[in-house]
Design a protein around this ligand. Structure first.
Ligand code: NDP
Length: 320
């Protein structure tokens, strides 16, 4: 039985992680749940999962009688205080944006493992965060599907050097739009992701491809890989979640139908795999898998780096 703090419990990743907790009550207990301002949603989760500790960034108007059994924290430091009080074995860091950095930092002090969805923590503080994780010997288990895929492929590494990492990218909602149409895109257009159902910020970042830039930076920190050795491949079907190429040219890929419960469950159960009602990959129904180079003109976050412009083997790195 592992205790787990779900930081960002009301969000897309948080609620899917709680689905896994619900499915495996003998394996996990969510003893700490936190959110920003979705008080009613958090109260409902507290009723269902009965954590020891809960936290809300914004103080609610009222606290219902039936959720007062647990210890509550409110206000700007509430997540960190809840983490300290809960003493969970694992922390699933699924707060969106730089607001999650504090929690990741504190989780490295008080937890045995950090399950990282909050890519912005590595984008903003990657050098320091990874140094602290290494010094304290705390595993950082990736939840982002691409990084989970790379992490899974690297299990077969056996000490061999890696030539490059290949991050796949669905292309987002505006993948096939021309520049003028992109300029006039509505919020509804931008939020209509073709393959993944995710929180608002990451869906917008996918449409602009800024998300892929953030993911290159995340991969750089997580896997200690220079940016020149990280390429982005547009793969509209989102079935290959990412790949690792070794020095002998062998490329290992991790495949699965797009469903975040896969990578979330892999991080939670690591090193074991937790079965869930995952749809199998139906290769005959798919028929083909497609790949394209990123278009740095329409989506300038991913532009050819200076070095690659001079070579025929063009590499795509974020120009953030
Ligand atoms: P959501 O917007 O769905 O959820 C964000 C969660 O963080 C909510 O619980 C929210 O609470 C909480 N939160 C927001 N701001 C604060 C704050 N200032 N203090 C404390 N809690 C806060 O985001 P996602 O679940 O989509 O994404 C979470 C992270 O995971 C992001 O970093 C994202 O890039 C990454 N990720 C997400 C994927 C996905 O499929 N969704 C895939 C891969 C990575 P409240 O509900 O009260 O606002």
């Amino acid at each position: 039985m592992r205790t787990i703090a779900i930081l960002g419990a009301t969000g897309s990743i948080g609620t899917q992680a709680l689905d896994i907790v619900r499915r495996y009550p003998e394996r996990f207990r969510a003893n700490c749940l936190t959110a920003n301002a979705s008080s009613e949603k958090l109260f409902e989760l507290v009723r269902q999962f009965r954590p020891d500790v809960a936290a809300l960034n914004a103080e609610p108007d009222h606290i219902p009688e039936d959720v007062r059994f647990c210890q509550w924290f409110f206000g700007p430091d509430s997540t960190v205080k809840a983490l300290e009080a809960a003493k969970s074995m694992d922390a699933l860091c699924a707060i969106v944006g730089i607001a999650g950095l504090d929690a990741v930092w504190r989780a490295l002090d008080v937890c045995q493992r950090v399950l990282l969805a909050n890519k912005e923590a590595l984008v903003t503080g990657g050098g320091l965060v990874m140094k602290k994780a290494a010094e304290r010997g705390i595993p950082m288990l990736p939840v982002d599907s691409e990084h989970s895929a790379i992490f899974q492929c690297l299990q077969a590494r056996q000490g061999n050097p890696v030539r490059r990492l290949l991050l796949t990218c669905s292309g987002g909602a505006l993948r096939d739009w021309d520049r003028d149409r992109i300029y006039n895109a509505t919020v509804r257009d931008v939020l209509a992701h073709p393959t993944w159902n995710m929180g608002g910020k990451i869906t917008v970042d996918c449409a602009t491809r800024v998300n892929k830039g953030l993911e290159v930076i995340e991969a750089h920190h997580l896997f200690d890989m220079p940016a020149e050795k990280i390429d982005v491949v547009i793969h509209p079907q989102s079935v290959i979640h990412s790949m690792v190429e070794f020095e002998d040219g062998a490329v290992l890929a991790q495949l699965g139908m797009p469903d975040m419960r896969g990578p979330i469950g892999y991080a939670m159960g690591y090193p074991g795999r937790l079965p869930y009602d995952a749809k199998p990959v139906d290769f005959f129904a798919l028929g083909h898998l497609d790949f394209r180079a990123p278009d740095g003109e329409r989506f300038p976050c991913l532009s050819p780096s200076g070095a690659s412009r001079r070579s025929s083997n063009r590499r795509w790195t974020p120009c953030l």
